[in-house]
Design a protein around this ligand. Structure first.
Ligand code: C5P
Length: 312
């Protein structure tokens, strides 16, 4: 049975969820499948870089989504973000939040509608899972807001229809994900990890990266990372970071090798691209170390830089 750990609150008649980004500490591509997807094995953890989603039930039966850009990485339930700007994010069916709520509404036979507001902080086209996380948050909030009382397992089936990463965000804890990403095995022993994440000025499309990736002839084993994680061995975790999509992304964007060189100059424990890129992250010793590395990289003008930790 899956359990969701998404931070959700209620304020002034609306439900609020903080939808985290993720990092892939390990990403192996095992095979190309006949349905156009790839068989993967990945270890992902949510990090404390959040979008915020608000849900209010309306009786009109209409669905309405408004998106705004927020700044920084952190937001707490109950704190209203102030410095917001308009964005050019889609607010209709092209937005996965809209599609998630519409799908649940249809499957559950709901007649009411909803007013949704998304404050976007997680960079897009970045391999940080922002869109998938927003969709998972939308399912959780709509389930609450319309009082449907669907189990997480039942929501997870809808989540998998919306995108391969959406079930992971529904569970919202560190996990090993297999299949096309939708088969979740939560892990309980990931300690506190501190990272610096850089999203360079240009992003990449996930299908484009998968399109040029070569599945592994000799797949990397997840075992060394799992042992290091279990033993709380930070150096071992740093040495075991892996991403099979990195060469594919490097062939499409010069930013990946540029960031690899930038991180080589830093005293981080290890560094890799996250997901299908273009975000790149380094593992740090502690929070002060992460802030120091983030300051140096930020001063070099490499894009948006975040000092984050995994959500626990
Ligand atoms: O599942 P999602 O909609 O996020 O996937 C976006 C695209 O990424 C897919 O259409 C596919 O091209 C690629 N993909 C893949 N193998 C996966 C996950 C995604 O090839 N395991």
């Amino acid at each position: 049975m899956l359990i969701h750990r998404l931070p959700v609150g209620r304020q002034a008649g609306e439900y609020v969820a903080h939808a985290p980004a993720k990092l892939n500490l390990f990403f192996e591509v095992l095979a190309r499948r006949s349905d156009g997807y790839h068989e993967i094995e990945t270890l992902m953890c949510p990090i404390d870089l959040y979008d915020t989603l608000y849900f209010q039930e309306v009786s009109s039966g209409q669905l309405e989504l408004r998106c705004e850009r927020g700044f920084g990485s952190l937001a707490s339930v109950g704190i209203e973000p102030t410095d917001l700007e308009p964005t050019d994010l889609p607010e209709g069916r092209e937005n996965l939040v809209y599609r998630a709520v519409e799908l649940l509404r249809q499957r559950a036979g709901v007649s009411s509608g909803a007013r949704l507001r998304l404050v976007k902080r997680i960079p897009t086209a970045a391999g940080l899972g922002g869109g998938s996380s927003d969709a998972a948050a939308a399912l959780v909030l709509a389930n609450l807001g319309w009082n449907l009382q669907w189990s997480v397992d039942r929501l997870a089936q809808l989540a998998a229809e919306l995108g391969s990463d959406v079930p992971f965000f529904l569970v919202n804890g560190p996990a090993i994900c297999r299949g096309r990403g939708e088969r979740i095995e939560p892990i309980s022993h990931l300690g506190m990890l501190h990272f610096v994440v850089v999203r360079p000025p240009a992003g990449l499309s996930t299908p484009a990266v998968y399109g040029v990736c070569q599945p592994a002839e000799h797949p990397h084993s997840l075992a060394p990372l799992q042992s290091a994680v279990k033993a709380g061995n930070l150096e071992g975790v740093g040495r075991s970071l892996w991403n099979r999509l990195q060469p594919a992304a490097s062939s499409l964007s010069p930013w990946i090798e540029y960031l690899q060189r930038e991180f080589d100059r830093e005293d981080v424990l290890g560094h890799r691209m996250s997901g299908s890129g273009t975000s790149y992250f380094g593992l740090c010793r502690h929070a002060i170390h992460a802030r120091r590395v983030a300051r140096r990289l930020g001063a070099n003008g490499v894009g948006s830089v975040f000092a984050v930790r995994n959500c626990r």
